[in-house]
Design a protein around this ligand. Structure first.
Ligand code: SAM
Length: 233
């Protein structure tokens, strides 16, 4: 992410006191805070607890909000969804509200984020359907109907590609992954890489540099170049 791009501000709250948001067991002291998430179709604003050493503790991330405001909604009849890199849970909790009978797998390497996500899901009334787990605790044969992610670009390209491919392979043939990535954090090169590796990428929207990417298995006839439907506004 452009972690190499020195001029880029810490758009995604990448570090708290020198510690990356993707540390497995953050050592930083705690600073409990609350942020509010407003979801279309959900009457009450959702209050989410946050802390130091998790992603975007001061407010729900702008990219995440774009994904939730303008991205694809789950089909309410789906049974299994995933939020890959759940942080303190805004996406997983939104999915659980919008797909009221689905089980939502919320996966994160950061144990502090996982605990916040569990607590936040319970407080939002969806804790019984949000399964918060570390990557190693995801069953190897888990299949998900669709997945959403504001992915951890700062882990580096190789780790990011491995993570995405692992999860894309859990989708059925017609299933999709819905991602948000900022252009300064490599959205366009990620879309190209995915297209070169057999995934069809639809750049559905763009806002203030954030791109919404829908990713599906490409036709077996060959990989497709990314389709650009983004309209900047
Ligand atoms: C950009 S943040 C998004 C967090 C949250 N979804 C949100 O929108 O606020 C990416 C998250 O991915 C997590 N992460 C990093 N590597 C991961 C991995 N291999 N598997 C799952 N999550 C990972 C990070 O700890 C971080 O919480």
């Amino acid at each position: 992410m452009p972690s190499g791009r020195g001029a880029e501000p810490e758009r995604d709250g990448a570090r708290t006191r020198g510690e990356h948001y993707f540390a497995a067991s953050p050592a930083a002291s705690h600073r409990a805070r609350e942020v509010v998430l407003t979801l279309d179709g959900v009457a009450q604003p959702i209050v989410l607890g946050t802390d130091r050493s998790v992603f975007s503790p001061g407010a729900v991330d702008e990219g995440t909000r774009f994904l939730l405001e303008r991205g694809t909604r789950p089909d309410p009849s789906v049974t299994t969804l995933a939020d890959v890199g759940c942080g303190y849970g805004p996406i997983a909790i939104a999915l659980a509200h919008w797909a009221p009978t689905a089980e939502v797998w919320a996966v994160d390497v950061n144990e502090r984020a996982r605990q916040l996500c569990r607590d936040n899901a319970a407080r939002a009334g969806v804790g019984d359907r949000v399964r918060v787990v570390a990557p190693d605790d995801v069953p190897g044969d888990l299949r998900v109907d669709e997945l959403w992610s504001n992915p951890p670009i700062r882990v580096g390209k190789e780790a990011l590609h491995d993570l995405l491919v692992t999860w894309l392979r859990r989708l059925p043939d017609r299933g999709a992954a819905h991602l948000v990535v900022h252009k300064h954090l490599g959205s366009d090169s990620l879309a190209r890489w995915l297209a070169e590796h057999g995934w069809a990428v639809d750049r559905r929207r763009s806002r203030r540099g954030y791109r919404l990417l829908d990713v599906r298995a490409a036709d077996r006839s060959g990989s497709s170049p990314p389709v650009d439907r983004a309209q900047s506004r």
